[in-house]
Design a protein around this ligand. Structure first.
Ligand SMILES: [Mn+2]
Length: 243
């Protein structure tokens, strides 16, 4: 008998820079944190390689949940802007593929967990905009959002809205890690901000439509699963909802 664990699709990345690790060959991949994290909470992770819109639709038919990962900057043309000088590498095929994943997942109403770029792309899907480069566009009151501390060390606080779903996992306040030079500017219609840092940065969003199960975070719980109970709660809860 085959034991059926929740099948979680992970939006895969592609290594475009030539790396000696793969003898210069481009590779499809996801950080091991996501795999380990999903294994740990009893799910079957499935890495989805960047492909066509049709492939995205096909993949989502198989899934119980969708995990949108971090990575390249989002193409600013998707929210009607020209590239800022500090915009970093973009990969438009990944944007197109992941927007199709989002669309198909919303249609099937399967749970979506968005992380970092995943949250930003969800916002763009809902018609929102991004800061292309926080250090030059956000203003002087911005705290450090690319931490110099070890990746699994939570460095800044976020305040969580009392009536949000996230609050049931975090309480009023959580400590998070942070590695982002982009962030949400104008919020997309259909999303609500459920956590912010003290400089006003959007740190988490949820869907306003109660039929859609979206939780998206600007931080990286997958890296803190071994040392942070809130991060474990977020992963555990996500997989439970996918069952
Ligand atoms: Mn941050």
């Amino acid at each position: 008998m085959v034991i059926k664990l929740p099948l979680i699709g992970i939006s895969g990345n592609q290594l475009l820079q030539v790396s000696t690790a793969f003898e210069g060959t481009s590779v499809a991949y996801t950080p091991q944190f996501f795999i380990d994290g999903l294994h740990h909470v009893g799910a079957s992770p499935l890495i989805l390689p960047i492909g066509t819109k049709e492939m995205a639709q096909q993949y989502v038919q198989l899934l119980d949940g969708l995990l949108l990962t971090g990575g390249y900057d989002v193409d600013p043309n998707l929210y009607g802007e020209d590239p800022h000088p500090q915009l970093q590498a973009i990969y438009p095929q990944r944007d197109t593929f992941e927007l199709a994943l989002i669309e198909a997942a919303l249609e099937r109403k399967i749970p979506i967990l968005g992380i970092c770029r995943g949250m930003q792309l969800l916002n763009v899907h809902f018609g929102g905009t991004l800061y292309q480069d926080l250090p030059t566009q956000y203003g002087e009151h911005m705290m450090q959002h690319v931490q110099k501390a070890p990746f699994n060390f939570p460095v800044h606080a976020v305040s969580v809205e009392a009536d949000s779903y996230l609050h049931t996992l975090t309480g009023d306040r959580a400590m998070v890690n942070t590695f982002h030079h982009q962030g949400i500017k104008d919020l997309g219609k259909g999303l609500r901000v459920v956590a912010t840092s003290s400089d006003g940065m959007v740190e988490a969003v949820e869907a306003t439509d109660s039929e859609q199960d979206i939780l998206a975070l600007q931080w990286h719980p997958e890296i803190m699963l071994n040392n942070d109970s809130v991060s474990r709660a977020i992963f555990t809860d996500f997989v439970k909802k996918c069952q």
